[in-house]
Design a protein around this ligand. Sequence first.
Ligand SMILES: [Zn+2]
Ligand SMILES: [Zn+2]
Length: 150
Amino acid sequence: MSNAILIVDGKKPCALCKRVLPQEQFHRCANSASGLKPKCKECRKLLAQQDYQEHKTQRNAQRVESNLLVKIEVLTHYSRDKLSCVLCGYGDIRALSINHIEGGGTQHRKNLGCLNLYRWLRNQDYPEGYQTLCMNCQYIKRLTQHEWRK
Ligand SMILES: [Zn+2]
Ligand SMILES: [Zn+2]
């Protein structure tokens, strides 16, 4: 009975765009009553593209998030599990970053190029000689050590 409704004169309405299209415009599907997929090939293609786009944005969002997670993890490690500046205790992650205890951070950053410092530190299993500092303390430290002259 449902077959009669689904296919008329070798044509079938698409469940999505509602156009009545010839059978060839539908992929075969052994499980369905009509033996064809409910949506036409064109719609399925569009949906697949949409799906791909959505997954792409999702993947990007995940990457951004995990970058932040790595940053939090590394900053936490280098602030003795406090996630704050080791000198003044300032805890706003936006103002926190990793600092070379012995200086030379700028050169190191250059060597790393585009590689994410936080990921690099984690990949190296947290090498010694780094600390979590806030912008203020980094600035003050640079002034007092004359790090800018190097
Ligand atoms: Zn369609
Ligand atoms: Zn500080």
